[in-house]
Design a protein around this ligand. Structure first.
Ligand code: HEM
Length: 480
């Protein structure tokens, strides 16, 4: 917390010598030992520490994997198989890295939703939030690049889908596309550069995490009440041992769940097609990204209409990147003076609606947009025919066999006849994704800005007033 006096006392001569030249132990002591931390942080606040562990795990396992991996289209798939079968404990290192990516995203989503719920993005923590958004972008880029490396069917065709998106950008799109691919198509050069960047980005993430924690330590932690610490003596406790123990316990529980996946279900979150070597000539029927990118993929596919001169494909790309861009603007979009949703009864309902919208978007991203969510009736079979006299007609069937028989009879009698499926009216995944996309943007661009000005917040409980301010709460006072 800014203004907090350092309490570090070098004990030995060496410590004193180092402290006069590079006070790095003092920095660590003031940041992670004696750092004044609000008394009331709950378990949602342990995810920052969990994320730091995830990043370390990904970097360590990734560096070891890179010792055995070959980034050429002819050898990549085989080198990954060799890691799994021949390299001592290669299967373990790869499973940890693969499952680790999912666990990392799971933790980051919890961490972000926690920030949204307690209003941790508001002043004076805007820069902390913005740095978090940069980390999130870098994480998505790293995961996408990494998914290409095993050179399976999803690697190749997933990369094709994403790179093709850039083609939708007017004028410069095609240039960007071939610049990303390093040639006319996704191939050796692409794999090489993706590997190089996949190795680089985690270190950039680590750099931004240092800034993130620095930006946290200037104002200090927010807390579940959203009420800033009033009295450092009364309202805070030192980070160590109180939160090192709490974070440590949460990290152990998290690692146990992590281990269950690594040892019992390492592939459950992945896609089976990625165990088929990449083949540019065979496109998988259903290309899906990893689960953690599904909401953004659903937003991309939800836009199937043009708006004025802007074509659907480009609009989809704009909406997909827009979904991340609004996160950067959030500190200025939410107009409420009250931080925590605990004291915002109406906003809280919309917040849970937003969580549901994100989950439904993931479901849409994993499903075929044309499949029905709710079907209103059965699909029908329609035979259309034009007989020898030129008279046109149609007949509708419920079953395939009589429909095919009728078509064949018509054909035998000299008519031209064709059979088609008439889809029953249905509420499809496409419709669901469009509604949820609308809610996603409305939450940030309409609900939070308007509600912040209109909502009457709940009064603070006496417990806060008595312990922090030393008097009872005024009736229905705003929380800030
Ligand atoms: C590698 C990824 C990340 C790491 C290692 C990390 C680390 C941390 C740590 C250690 C804390 C303090 C403990 C806690 O509040 O949980 C923290 C707080 C915070 N982080 Fe992150 N973070 C990461 C990603 C993100 C992202 C993606 C966002 C948002 C887009 C974000 C937003 C925040 C906010 C707003 C706080 C302050 C919470 C509060 O005081 O209420 N972080 N982060």
């Amino acid at each position: 917390m800014s203004g907090h006096e350092s309490t570090y006392k070098p004990n030995t001569g060496i410590e004193k010598w180092l402290d006069d030249r590079l006070p790095i132990i003092r920095l660590a002591h003031d940041s992670f030992v004696d750092f004044p931390t609000p008394k009331n942080l709950n378990y949602w606040y342990t995810f920052g520490g969990i994320l730091a562990v995830c990043l370390a795990i990904q970097i360590i396992t990734g560096v070891v994997l890179a010792m055995h991996y070959t980034a050429t289209v002819n050898e990549a798939f085989g080198s990954v198989e060799r890691i799994m079968r021949d390299v001592p404990f290669g299967w373990l290192i790869r499973n940890i890295h693969m499952v680790g990516a999912s666990m990392f995203f799971l933790a980051v989503y919890v961490h972000m939703f926690r920030g949204l719920y307690y209003g941790s993005y508001k002043a004076p923590r805007e820069v902390l939030w913005l740095l978090g958004c940069v980390i999130f972008l870098l994480m998505m880029a790293t995961a996408f690049l990494g998914y290409m490396l095993p050179w399976g069917q999803m690697s190749l065709h997933g990369a094709n889908v994403i790179i093709n998106l850039f083609g939708a950008i007017p004028l410069v799109g095609e240039g960007i596309q071939s610049w990303l691919m390093g040639g006319p198509s996704v191939g050796n050069q692409t794999l090489q550069r993706f590997f190089s960047l996949h190795y680089l980005l985690p270190f950039m993430i680590a750099g931004v995490v240092i800034l993130h924690i620095w930006a946290l330590h200037v104002p200090g932690n927010n807390n579940p009440t959203g009420k800033e610490v009033q009295d450092v003596e009364k309202d805070t406790i030192p980070f160590h041992p109180y939160y090192t123990v709490k974070d440590g316990f949460a990290i152990v529980v998290f690692l146990i769940i992590f281990a269950v996946f690594v040892f019992y279900a390492p592939n459950v979150l992945g896609h089976a097609d990625n165990y088929i070597e990449a083949n540019p000539l065979v496109t998988p029927a259903h290309i899906v990204p990893e689960w953690y990118l599904l909401p953004f993929y659903a937003i991309l596919r939800a836009i199937t209409f043009n708006i004025g001169p802007i074509e659907a494909k480009l609009l989809g790309v704009i909406f997909m990147f827009g979904a991340i861009a609004v996160l950067f603007l959030l500190p200025w979009l939410d107009t409420s003076k009250v931080k925590s949703m605990r004291y915002r009864p109406v906003a809280k309902q919309f917040f849970f609606g937003f969580v549901v919208a994100c989950l439904l978007l993931s479901w849409c991203g994993a499903s075929n947009p044309d499949d029905p969510v709710i079907s209103m009736g059965e699909d029908k079979l329609v035979v259309s025919y034009t007989d020898v006299a030129g008279i046109e007609g149609t007949r509708v069937f419920e079953e395939y066999a009589p429909a095919a028989q009728f078509r064949d009879e018509q054909t035998a009698a000299g008519a031209t006849a064709s059979l088609a499926v008439q889809a029953a009216p249905a509420f499809r995944f496409l419709h669901l994704s469009q509604i949820m996309t609308a809610y996603y943007f409305a939450y940030f661009l309409l609900i939070l800005p308007i509600l912040g000005l209109r909502e009457r917040p709940k009064g603070e409980p006496d417990s806060i007033h008595q312990s922090i301010l030393g008097h009872d709460a005024p009736a229905a006072a705003p929380a800030e």
